[in-house]
Design a protein around this ligand. Sequence first.
Ligand code: PSU
Ligand code: MN
Length: 303
Amino acid sequence: MNITYSSEVSAAKAEARPIVALESTIITHGMPYPRNVETAALVEQDIRDAGATPATIAVIEGTLHVGLEADQLKALGQAQNVAKVSRADMAACIATGGTGATTVAATMIAAHLAGIAVFATGGIGGVHKGAESTFDISADLPELAQTPVNVIAAGAKAILDLPKTLEFLETNGVPVIAFGQDSLPAFWSAQSDLKAPLRMDDTASIARAFVTRQAMGLPGGQLIANPIPETAQIKSDVLSPIIAQAQSEADTQGVIGKAVTPFLLQRIFELTEGRSLEANIALVRNNAKLAAQIAQELTALQG
Ligand code: PSU
Ligand code: MN
């Protein structure tokens, strides 16, 4: 597989230094310009400041890039009509010379190809509300069950059906580890009323659990659910009616498939007058820092 590495990722790989993968769908489909580009640069710097190297992943004109140079990141964040690519369509995008932003699933695949085992994002895709009739389950979930990458996210977004998302992950053998608390974080809110299946309070344990799974020959990764900092959170009683409204608009307008998540995020941004975006930025940055620490622990363990 032909992969183009950024100069800093090449150097980090050559010296076996810790690397943290970052997705690009959050830039192209998850946040409005110009905050998307600003945030992507801030998150990369957070990772450097925390002692690891950032590797933002995207397909650009048919080439898989692991690590983007600053000008490439800027261009991607402003480009129109960038595809959102996941497991099903990443190969087709590469084969046809297309440009695509990678979802959590696609970023995991690329990270693994590049030998990177830690990946920070905002929230993963999951089982959508109403999945019993729409069958809308994100490709991110089965990816966690088969590709050995640690995904650090702020839990699953409250636009999803969290109990069903947890059930799916349990059935498929994915460890869901809340960092430093008992409850599953719910993206914009630090707490939910669901207990997380696992809890760990230090990054060394997370790295050891991953290495142990690998030693046992178990496929797949781990989902590390890191709560949003309390000062940045939006309480669920404020958000619940907004999410319900966004969901009902999506239903009425017949939004389906990969358009659902970007539609909901955009409507919630509008309905909260931008507050959802501020929270989203804070939690991604928080996840980047934790991911950098986990990457360092893993590097130390794997030698
Ligand atoms: N979380 C965010 N913003 C995003 C996404 C998640 O805060 O933009 C993106 C991720 O790329 C994730 C994707 O993989 O949404 C899930 O899309 P879907 O529900 O269509 O699988
Ligand atoms: Mn979906």
